[in-house]
Design a protein around this ligand. Structure first.
Ligand code: ADP
Length: 828
């Protein structure tokens, strides 16, 4: 094949080129003739004239033409609109054995998926497709969604560029004998067994520093928040730019890098219309991990050299260089060097500039920024051994092929200051990234260790406390009851500590989830007040509880975590108040039609906190004023957990304190209103501690099966339900459980979730699926240590009647069994 490229400055010159092309001997024999044309800096009328002239002078060529800026425009910042002037780039591809088919897909915003499917079908219906050149219809259409539909197509590289298309500058496509088309998503599918196309993708920027997460966006081009802060903070913080300085000229050395399917892509985000917003020329999605990168001209060139080493091996006959405007901005007057490196290999290579480079192959790629996509073409005969299509993506290229010195001979012993600075900056950054990774790995290992150990302790502690409950219930010996009471007290403290450590682990790992449920807010507050009153009284303190009378009835929020926060504050107030009173206030105000703000405050007349100690309180394991409270049991974890939980729920703990006089802890939290009034529906609940009320269940003709791999759990269930007259069978593994369930009918089957051979879910499914089993329609309850979001919903969805979080205490077990037994089986 042959390529001819022309850069001209006047429309008048096109006629001369037409004569030259038509006169070429290969022209007549060509199996396919393609013209790719880009106008440069023409005004609207000029562009129309250019289009008509091209179609008139080349009626026998497949043509795609569009308007774009040239590199001078980019350097001069003329990006927003066409300017006066003229110029154009024409590249002719004359094939000897291969072909190309032009398609103009009707574009519509929001229908990129349909466009992608059309394109996919067109490629699949082409015999021996070797590559596809695409020209998107306009700047804002997200080609990424189009490209996604091509994921199952193998070894057909797609390449192209979004050039700057303005109103009245529709791209156009023409195929001999057909009507000219305008404003389409054009796809030129190259095909033929002999045609090989090699596509490379170069970046040249190196990621530096930490990665951040996109946390809020208006759409994939307008990003509002990164890491929960205004998106612009990335540039405010690291580059010291004010929002009005977030413009391409200040960012070209530092594009943001993100990774998709292992492929690094960069993105330039400039200040958007909203304060703190960033606007990108290529899509950035919610939860994308982005980080700053750094590059200087030499970095870019060294990748280009690598690329050219590969291209040299390929022995190309034609080429396209698809170049992001951002490279031009960075390379400035050296911009032509990068193109010259390629032109050593591909003499007539056409270099085009734009804003979103299209690169997609074998399910990878998308719309790029700051990249250089090189496309090399050649036609080979069937016997040629090296005729594979080949693509590589920047980092895939072989390091050992780099010969940067070829590009920039160092003729002076003094290395330029910017080069040394950049080298130092990058190497230091690499060291830091490595150190952070090592620290994170070590911290992760520590967290896993803590959580495993805590879990083990919790399970065994629960057994101890369970057994102790039996002693408390059954022993008549006062001395033994006293010992058991002490075990219970200390056990509770240990249990709280373990739960706190597990919570901290979850919070640190970002695995703590907020699970909104509907709850009766007054009931919850009354219960908390009753508990605090009990412990306050024991210490001779007075608890004053005041709650808004017109509190909404049902709110939606994470009841468990709100309880945990308030209880912590109440317990602290009791702990750190030697005498006096504690005031627990619950206020509520309506925020809008759907939300209410709960205002919670706990005030005490206790020891107080020194002003300088207040900010230390959110540090885990930090206890303050140790001389005064060394006798008070505590770990310094509670307030840290409260702070973290509140922040997950969109609130914040406020602390006011006068040392020696007392403290006030408060927070305001927005909750969804489910029902404002109870309409007389609220039942009177017993606010007494549920721990006291168990052992009363009596049943008749009831049998349950417990499938759990820990024998101690069998014992605990038996002991807890000792007086209930329930016939309890146990199985130590899933298979035995299934066998036992075959013949004997059980009212309830309790299944442990995690078991070694088959887990509880699988056991459940097998019993349910076995129509012969006596228990295919029994009631199943899952026992699990998991308590994250959706655990209950997941099991209920599977068909479980209920789930019971482990570790459980007698009252919970009894209540759940009572709930699911038919009434006629319950005596009391
Ligand atoms: P802990 O109570 O287990 O030590 P917390 O995280 O709940 O841990 O509290 C951290 C520290 O804050 C306590 O050790 C105590 O010094 C101080 N503190 C917390 N609540 C109060 C309070 N109501 N009055 C005085 N000091 C308090």
């Amino acid at each position: 094949m042959i390529q001819k490229t022309y850069i001209i400055s006047s429309i008048d010159e096109i006629a001369g080129i037409a004569a030259e092309i038509h006169g070429m001997p290969v022209f007549k024999e060509a199996s396919c003739k393609v013209l790719l044309a880009w106008s440069q800096r023409w005004n609207r009328d000029g562009f129309a004239e250019f289009r008509d002239e091209i179609v008139r002078l080349f009626p026998d060529l497949i043509t795609i033409g569009c308007n774009h800026h040239n590199s001078d425009d980019i350097l001069n910042g003329i990006l927003d609109g066409p300017s006066e002037g003229d110029g154009c780039l024409l590249t002719f591809l004359l094939f000897e054995q291969s072909g190309a088919s032009l398609y103009g897909i009707e574009p519509a915003r929001g229908e990129e998926e349909r466009e992608g499917c059309e394109l996919r079908d067109l490629i699949l219906n082409t015999e021996n497709p070797s590559g596809v050149y695409i020209v998107p219809p306009d700047y804002y259409n997200s080609t990424e969604d189009v490209l996604k539909e091509l994921k199952d197509i193998t070894d057909v590289p797609v390449f192209g560029l979004k050039t700057s298309l303005h109103e009245g500058y529709s791209n156009f496509g023409y195929e001999p004998g057909r009507e000219m088309m305008e404003g389409r998503l054009f796809a030129l599918i190259f095909h033929g067994e002999a045609l090989k196309i090699r596509v490379h993708y170069n970046l040249g920027w190196t990621p530096v520093g930490k990665t951040m997460t996109v946390t809020k966006e208006e759409n994939p081009f307008f990003v509002d928040e990164i890491d929960g802060k205004a998106a612009s903070y990335v540039y405010n913080k690291y580059l010291g730019l004010r929002n009005d300085q977030i413009i391409p000229g200040n960012l070209s050395e530092f594009p943001l890098i993100l990774e998709r399917d292992g492929l690094k892509m960069s993105r330039i985000g400039i200040a958007g219309p909203k304060e703190g917003q960033l606007v990108f020329g290529a899509p950035v999605h919610l939860n994308d991990k982005v980080g700053l990168s750094y590059g200087n001209p030499d970095d870019l060139f060294s990748e280009v050299v690598r690329d050219c080493n590969d291209i040299a091996e390929f022995k190309p006959e034609a080429g396209l260089l698809i170049i992001c405007a951002n490279r031009v901005m960075l390379l400035k007057e050296r911009e032509s060097e990068e193109v010259d490196i390629y032109r050593k290999q591909i003499k007539e290579a056409a270099a085009i500039y734009g804003y979103g480079e299209e690169f997609y192959i074998n399910g990878k790629g998308g719309e790029l920024n700051s990249a250089l996509v090189s496309v090399a073409f050649k036609e080979v005969s069937h016997t040629d051994p090296e005729c594979e299509t080949y693509t590589s993506c920047g980092s895939d290229a072989k390091d050992n092929a780099v010969k940067t010195d070829d590009v920039m001979p160092l003729d002076s012993p003094i290395v330029p200051f910017p080069d040394r600075l950049s080298r130092m900056f990058k190497e230091m950054s690499k060291d830091l990234v490595k150190a952070v990774k090592e620290a994170e790995d070590a911290n992760r290992a520590k967290s896993v260790f803590y959580s495993t150990v805590s879990h083990e302790i919790r399970t065994n502690l629960n057994t101890i406390l369970g057994m102790n409950e039996m002693i408390l219930k059954e022993s008549g010996d006062d001395a033994i009851l006293g010992y058991a009471g002490n075990i219970k007290g200390s056990g509770k403290v240990l249990q709280q500590l373990i739960n706190d450590i597990l919570d901290i682990g979850k919070l640190e790992a970002g695995k703590m989830e907020i699970v909104p449920v509907n709850y009766d807010v007054k009931e919850v507050m009354d219960e908390l007040a009753a508990m605090a009153e009990y412990s306050a009284k024991e210490k001779g303190l007075e608890l004053k509880y005041s709650v808004d009378e017109d509190l909404p009835y049902i709110l939606q929020g994470d009841e468990k975590r709100i309880r945990q926060c308030i209880l912590n504050l109440l317990n602290n107030a009791v702990k750190y108040t030697p005498e006096g009173e504690i005031i627990f206030k619950v206020r509520c105000s309506i925020e809008d039609e759907e939300h209410a703000i709960l205002d919670i405050s706990v005030k005490d007349s206790g020891i107080g906190i020194k002003p300088e100690d207040i900010e230390k309180l959110s540090i885990p394991f930090e206890r303050v004023d140790s001389s005064k409270n060394y006798k008070v049991e505590g770990t310094g974890l509670g307030l840290n957990i409260v702070n973290n939980l509140l922040s997950l729920m969109g609130s914040k703990l406020e602390i006011r304190s006068i040392y020696g006089r007392g403290s006030r802890f408060s927070f305001a939290i927005s909750q969804k209103i489910i029902r404002l009034t109870d309409d007389g529906e609220r039942e009177s609940h017993n606010a007494g501690s549920p721990e006291d009320s168990w052992g009363n269940l009596k049943t008749r003709d009831t049998s349950i099966l417990v499938v759990d791999d820990t024998p101690m759990n069998h014992r605990i269930v038996r002991l807890f339900l000792k007086d209930s007259l329930i016939d309890i069978d146990t199985a130590q593994d899933g298979y035995t459980g299934i066998e036992m369930a075959k013949n004997k009918k059980y009212d309830i089957i309790l299944l442990d979730h995690r078991m070694p051979d088959i887990d509880g879910l699988e056991v459940y499914k097998r019993i349910r699926a076995d129509a012969e089993s006596a228990n295919s329609d029994s009631i199943f309850i899952m026992l699990t240590a998991e308590d994250g979001q959706g655990v209950r919903e997941r099991f209920i969805e599977e068909g479980f009647a209920d789930f019971m979080p482990k570790p459980f205490q007698p009252p919970m077990l009894e209540a759940i069994i009572r709930k699911h037994l038919p009434n006629d089986k319950i005596i009391s």
